[in-house]
Design a protein around this ligand. Structure first.
Ligand code: AMP
Ligand code: MG
Length: 351
């Protein structure tokens, strides 16, 4: 199959045509990758079980790993669930449109293929104008996981999507580079207390500020082989994995730099190509190895935005190992560390 790629240019007539073309593909049961503020999504009609099957096939995604249903208006919630708790509206009014996904009981209209057989559904109202216009124009809701091949880092540009899915999907809407760069925060709203299943830009502190109390899924920072099974099925897979063996190095700044230097030198002496993933503040410590700088430690949003692109870049440079500096667990730093540790298969050296 040929994959059509169309750019959003800011010219309203042109962009309207692109969105109409994408919507027509969805109405015919096809697949369209589209930009959101978190990462690019791979969308199909949320009420079409066959479209959901096509999404799993295109990504090579295990079918027990459910999709997020994207809506364009808060009132759409009642189309997906007969049981929307009042507190979900409290969160929706505070954080939507935005990078927060809520898990609620599903109704019988939502196909089991979309929810991986669960009786709950994940719902999000994205804060990206193109995404919302595309959902509206489709006349349905859009089931979409991230638009990458299963196991690869989530895509933060249309080029990343094309690398993974060209020839496997009908269309890519190129909306340029992404704002946030990490997938949405997921919070389970089916129990008495909201439970954080996946950290993201909307932090636990922000959720607490809105609803008073939030619990953490005990599996959040544990490994894929950990004893606790994550409540979000997708979190049990070794996601975001670069081809190289990755290690996170944690500790006092100077000691971290010394350790990474020593590891890199050792790799080079044994004929391995070593990658270094560091902050602006630490980059001058290194004169050997393939270095990618994620941004300043004073701007954790910048670090988050560049993380997945850096992992892909290391794949392209063909490194054998990657050493990454650890970041503080504050604010979005918690989500950054969650993704870093997953990419590293929880391999950490403390110095
Ligand atoms: P992705 O959009 O690729 O990040 O994948 C969607 C994420 O949402 C995966 O980690 C899923 O496991 C999670 N998810 C989707 N639906 C549910 C649900 N009903 N309950 C728990 N987690 C879900
Ligand atoms: Mg994903």
């Amino acid at each position: 199959m040929d994959t059509i790629i169309e750019k959003i240019t800011g010219d309203s007539g042109h962009d309207r045509q692109v969105i109409q073309k994408a919507a027509a593909i969805i109405k015919k049961g096809g697949l369209v990758a589209f930009p959101t503020e978190t990462v690019y999504g791979l969308g199909g009609d949320a009420f079409d079980a066959d479209a959901a099957s096509k999404i799993y096939a295109a990504k090579g995604r295990p079918s027990d790993n459910p999709l997020i249903v994207h809506i364009s208006d808060i009132s759409d919630l009642t189309e997906l669930s007969d049981d929307v708790p009042e507190v979900v509206y409290t969160l929706a009014e505070r954080f939507w449109p935005g990078p927060l996904t809520v898990i609620i009981k599903k109704n019988c209209r939502v196909p089991d293929t979309v929810t991986g057989g669960l009786d709950t559904v994940a719902v999000r109202l994205p804060d990206n104008e193109t995404a919302r216009k595309f959902i509206k124009a489709s006349g349905t809701f859009i089931a979409a996981p991230s638009a990458n091949l299963s196991g690869r880092p989530s895509p933060t540009s249309a080029e990343h999507v094309a690398e993974d899915l060209s020839g496997r999907i009908d269309m890519i809407i190129d909306g340029g580079d992404i704002d946030i760069g990490l997938e949405s925060t997921i919070v389970d709203m089916t129990g008495d207390v909201p439970v954080l299943l996946r950290p993201g830009f909307v932090t636990a502190e922000m959720l607490c500020g809105a609803v008073g109390e939030v619990a953490y899924d005990p599996a959040l920072m544990s490994g894929v082989d950990g004893e606790v099974r994550p409540k979000a099925p997708g979190m049990k897979y070794r996601h975001y994995a670069p081809k190289a063996e990755m290690t996170v190095v944690e500790g006092e700044r100077g000691a971290v730099a010394d350790k990474i230097k020593q590891l890199v030198r050792n790799d080079i002496s044994q004929g391995r190509k070593a990658g270094i993933m560091v902050s602006e503040e630490n980059k001058d410590f290194f004169c050997e190895g393939e270095m990618i700088c994620l941004g300043s430690r004073t701007n954790p949003e910048e670090i988050a935005r560049h993380l997945f692109g850096a992992l892909r870049e290391f794949d392209e440079r063909g490194v054998d190992t990657i050493y990454a500096e650890a970041f503080p667990l504050e604010g979005i730093g918690y989500a950054v560390m969650n993704r870093l540790l997953k990419a590293a298969g929880q391999r950490v050296i403390k110095v």
